[in-house]
Design a protein around this ligand. Structure first.
Ligand code: AMP
Length: 288
């Protein structure tokens, strides 16, 4: 028997209410589908830590600044259901249409300003993206009032914004950050990787390698400006990638750093096009 799929907000809301009334703890994993092993780790961790795990599959139009990116976003619903079931998911929210999530104009639901952390990096390169992310998550947390929600470290800036959303609006949900799942090559799993051509798949792990080399250079106390310049030079070599940004930032504020203090939490973040595919990745570094 396959897991239940709810297509309306009221049906999934009742399912959650009944589960809660029966004393079950509920974990929630919001996704846009086209699921892969990265999503599977979130589902698996939730299934281990809660009685019930709910996944949502909703390609949220509000968070796409590029309509072409939205139109071609991969949809693999039948495969997704198998992956969810195999990893211990209990039920799926797959809205029949965007109006299940936003009965009225989406932006009426939220005016959330994440401040500086929303303006830099992805915020700068994808205008409107994070207000779309914040709107949909606020709505999903209303429709699926779970105990815990799981997010990937892969989207680190999104993690900071969701954390701020939940804390600023006093949303009664606990958040868990799950480490990035990578292929053996180091390439971070992403739904958009399916668009990479075979030769690009060979080249893509370079993003992670360059971040890793930068982290090692920082640990060896190389000057930050030198590390940054070298990494950018490496990423621009042979014009394989078109770089949106490579930055070494405070893990709390996402402000670029000039130097690193001992015991500071630092994050290296990168976004680059490889052919038509935009890849993002990050690596946490802590210099002792
Ligand atoms: P998406 O379907 O891309 O919106 O992603 C849904 C959730 O899965 C988000 O919290 C992502 O950060 C997370 N995620 C995506 N890729 C990975 C990965 N490679 N490892 C861990 N989590 C991931």
């Amino acid at each position: 028997m396959s897991i239940p799929v709810f297509n309306t907000a009221s049906d999934i809301f009742s399912y959650v209410a009944h589960s809660r009334a029966a004393g079950k703890t509920i974990g929630f994993v919001p996704t846009m589908g086209a699921l892969h092993q990265g999503h599977a780790t979130l589902i698996g961790q939730s299934a281990e830590e809660n009685n019930i795990t709910i996944a949502s599959i909703f390609v949220n139009p509000q968070q796409f600044n590029d309509p072409a990116d939205f139109d071609r976003y991969p949809q693999t619903f039948d495969q997704d259901l198998h992956l969810l079931e195999a990893n211990g998911c209990s039920a799926v929210f797959h809205p029949a249409s965007a109006s299940e999530v936003y009965p009225e104009d989406a932006m009426r639901y939220l005016s959330f300003d994440a401040g500086q952390i929303g303006e830099v990096l992805e915020g700068k390169h994808r205008p409107g993206h994070f207000s779309g992310v914040a709107s949909v998550l606020k709505r999903l947390f209303e429709i699926i009032p779970a105990d815990v929600a799981y997010f990937g470290a892969k989207d680190y800036q999104q993690w900071l914004i969701v954390s701020k959303l939940v804390s600023d609006l006093h949303i009664p949900i606990r958040l868990v950050k799950v480490p990035t799942f990578r292929a053996a090559s180091g390439l971070a799993m992403s739904s958009r990787n399916t668009f990479l051509r075979p030769e690009e798949l060979q080249q893509a792990p370079r993003l992670h390698q360059v971040m890793h080399e930068a982290a090692e250079a920082l640990a060896a106390r190389t000057m930050l400006s030198v590390v940054r310049a070298e990494a950018i030079r490496e990423l621009q070599r042979d014009n394989i990638f078109t770089l949106d940004y490579f930055d070494i930032c405070s893990a709390e504020t996402l402000q670029p750093l000039d130097q690193i203090h001992p015991h500071q939490d630092v994050i290296i973040l990168v976004a680059a096009y490889l052919g038509k595919v935009r890849l993002i990745d990050n690596l946490s570094v802590r210099i002792e």
